[in-house]
Design a protein around this ligand. Structure first.
Ligand code: SF4
Length: 696
């Protein structure tokens, strides 16, 4: 209850990976009143502009209210039978590799678990990938290479306890605002805390920075390799901790082969950063899409991890590398094995013992024995006809994938496309043969995991709109209609959560990090009341940090430093395409705006698509402030309004990625991005396309 005496529902914000707790109360007009949950450990009552506007975005405008088959409303029975039959026919004729699921970090863990089980365990291919591939796959790869598992070592409290917070490739102020508020409050309380922002752009996060390093795009490996050398030369390594780490000599040799001048920073800037890092005991390095969305994303992550491993600044209060995820449940997706190259509960798809254990646990007829197609490759397979039946769930790849026009055309040419979403008003939904109305945030029950491993409940405060259903129920029903009655006979999300928790106990038997098996017998009532908790849920590390004890999940049990070398972005700038094109978020919009676009308050912040360009570049190109600019790349073109500003470096331009064919057809900026990926993680290089500019 709040002061009004009406009951409130405790839930979790629908947007970013900070995972803020919210208290919801129907406003009597179909919407919700929303306030921050003072008892949630992620936000302690705080909310950002997006979170506080959640109640304005739960209306029924543009909602999909009934299943639709070939453009006509139909009933659930017909729609689900059709989906099951078409997938079954495709598999029978072309084999399991001919189908794919492309899902989302917006799914709840229980939804994700059922989708993953259906595809990897029963259909028998690992062709399930998620839009989290575009968000943090490089962090997953970096973690696994260094730690043996995809483990975030620290907690949010570390950002407050650190004496130096380094934000690299992270505009925390706009993309993870409540975490930024926590850092700001800590800095105000402890003025000796220092903040360094490493970003080609001077972003809003620089407002609290003691130092801004405007690096050349893509040069992070050179910067952190230089830091590793500086730590060595200054005697700032931790010899005792290095006894728990392997690969130091090779990593240092590789690092000393790189030239930090590749960053474009002056010697004085480099010296100041290296001296500050080496001289500060408690350092947290926060990284996000600016690091991950790169053809060298995994190496960037490992260059950062190398510095923390070598200096022992990991797994202790106020210390550690910290990957912050973009979406509300990217972490839950990682945990259930929602990526094409992972298995449930942090088990490895390439490991025969792990596969056998999961198969036995699920009673699955066939489990995939190799990684499936990662996002970019999946849509290429759709284009070539290898994938003939595709189910897209809560994501809009016709806009958000790199080379988006080609992806849109590939989906349009696919034999059979199912889209589950809350709306039919997306570029992707328009291409569907079958549209399935999914319950929205505020209407469904389940769990999500935030960036510091805290699992929280999402709860329903509104009735599902129209005939919409929760995703787990839709997926399970298709599984049953494909012939796997018993495996998908779930009564509700609590039963799925129990099964998932029990499977984490199986993973624990293999010494994996992810363990919530303490909840394997949780009663429905306890699940309903489940309070936020940080995994692991048992053992010496319960709810705490990893690796401060020097114990890792590699075969040797030691942490692993990797030799990595700087390399330039794949798309070369030159005479025809001289500008480096960076894409990202703005403060008040989310993904392709299907929800935040419904709030006039949020849309008022930055109302139209734009291109940030340096004044000298604008003058040289004959581009006047606020005029229209044609931006072109080998992949596509867009028309954007010029925002002439010295917050970007000369030669770089920046555009937000939110607008779509539905909202601004000329501003689909991912149509300009080349479909090149990191060879390890498969994550696309969404921040370093090469483009040309001309007045429009
Ligand atoms: Fe929601 Fe993220 Fe804002 Fe928190 S910081 S209220 S999770 S959008």
């Amino acid at each position: 209850m709040d002061g009004s005496g009406l009951p409130e529902t405790r839930s979790t914000c629908a947007y970013c990976g900070v995972g803020c707790g919210v208290l919801l109360r129907p406003d009597g007009r179909g919407g919700l009143e929303v306030r921050g949950d003072p008892d949630h450990p992620a936000n302690l009552g705080r909310l950002c502009s997006k979170g506080s506007a959640l109640g304005e975005t739960v209306g029924t405008a543009h909602r999909l209210s009934a299943p639709r088959l070939d453009g006509r409303d139909t009933d659930w029975d017909s729609a689900l039978s059709h989906v099951a039959e078409r997938f079954r026919e495709t598999i029978d004729q072309y084999g399991p590799e001919s189908v794919g699921f492309y899902v989302s970090g917006q799914l709840l863990t229980e939804d994700y678990y059922v989708a993953n089980k259906l595809m990897k365990g029963f259909i028998g291919t690992a062709n399930i990938d998620t839009n989290s591939r575009l968000c943090m796959a490089s962090s997953v790869a970096g973690h696994k290479r260094a730690f043996g598992t995809d483990t975030v070592p620290g907690t949010y409290e570390d950002l407050e306890e650190a004496d130096l917070v380094v934000l690299t490739g992270s505009n925390l102020a706009w993309c993870h605002p409540v975490l930024y508020q926590r850092v700001l409050a800590a800095k105000q309380a402890r003025p000796r805390m220092r903040v360094v922002v490493i970003d080609p752009r001077r972003t809003a996060s620089c407002d609290i920075a003691d130092m801004h390093l405007p690096v050349r795009p893509g040069s992070d490996v050179a910067l952190f390799n230089g830091l590793l050398c500086a730590l060595y030369e200054r005697g700032a390594l931790d010899a005792a901790f290095l006894a728990h780490v392997e690969g130091f000599d090779d990593a240092l040799a590789a690092a000393s082969g790189d030239d930090p001048a590749e960053t474009g920073l002056s010697e004085a800037q480099l010296e100041a950063f290296y001296a500050l890092w080496a001289g500060t005991e408690k350092v947290v390095t926060v990284y996000s899409q600016g690091v991950n969305q790169s053809s060298a994303g995994s190496d960037k992550v490992n260059a950062i991890l190398n510095c923390h491993l070598a200096s022992g600044r990991i797994g202790r209060p106020g210390c550690g590398p910290f990957s912050v995820t973009g979406q509300p449940n990217a972490m839950g997706g990682r945990e259930v094995g929602g990526l094409a190259n992972t298995l449930a509960c942090h088990l490895d798809i390439e490991n025969a013992d792990h596969r056998a254990a999961v198969r036995a646990f699920w009673g699955a007829p066939a489990i995939s024995d190799r990684p499936g197609l990662k996002a970019v490759d999946m849509f290429r397979a759709v284009e070539t006809g290898q994938i003939r039946a595709l189910w897209i769930i809560h994501t809009n790849p016709a806009v958000s994938m790199p080379d988006a026009n080609r992806v849109r055309d590939a989906i349009a040419g696919c034999d059979f496309v199912v889209v589950s979403d809350i709306t039919d008003a997306t570029d992707t939904a328009r291409l569907a043969d079958v549209l399935l109305p999914a319950a929205a945030w505020g209407e469904k029950e389940g769990t999500v995991t935030n960036s510091d491993r805290t699992i929280s409940r999402q709860r329903a405060a509104l009735a599902p709109w129209g005939q919409s259903r929760p995703d787990w129920a839709i997926l399970a029903e298709v599984g049953r209609r494909m012939g796997w009655q018993q495996a998908f006979d779930y009564a509700g999300p609590a039963e799925i959560f129990r099964e998932y928790a029990a499977l984490s106990g199986v993973a624990g038997g293999f010494g994996r990090d992810f363990d919530i098996s303490a909840h394997a017998d949780i009663a429905d009532s306890a699940y309903a009341d489940l309070a936020p908790f940080r995994w692991p849920a048992t053992g010496a590390r319960q709810g705490g940090r990893f690796f401060g004890d020097g114990r890792f999940f590699t075969e040797s049990g030691r942490g692993r430093m990797l030799p990595v070398h700087w390399r330039a972005p794949v798309a070369a700038t030159g005479r025809d395409f001289p500008f480096r094109f960076n894409t990202g978020r703005i403060r008040d919009q989310w993904h392709t705006m299907t929800r935040t676009g419904l709030s006039p308050r949020l849309s008022a912040h930055l109302a139209e698509p734009f291109l940030e360009i340096h004044p000298e570049d604008a003058a040289a190109q004959g581009i006047a402030p606020a005029s229209l600019v044609e931006v072109s790349s080998p992949q596509g073109r867009a028309i954007l309004r010029a925002w002439v500003t010295d917050t970007v470096r000369r030669g770089d331009v920046f555009a937000p990625m939110h607008w779509t064919g539905e909202t601004a057809p000329s501003a689909r900026v991912d149509a300009l991005v080349a479909p090149v990926t990191d060879p390890v993680s498969g994550q696309p290089e969404s921040k370093a396309a090469a483009v040309a500019l001309a007045p429009f």
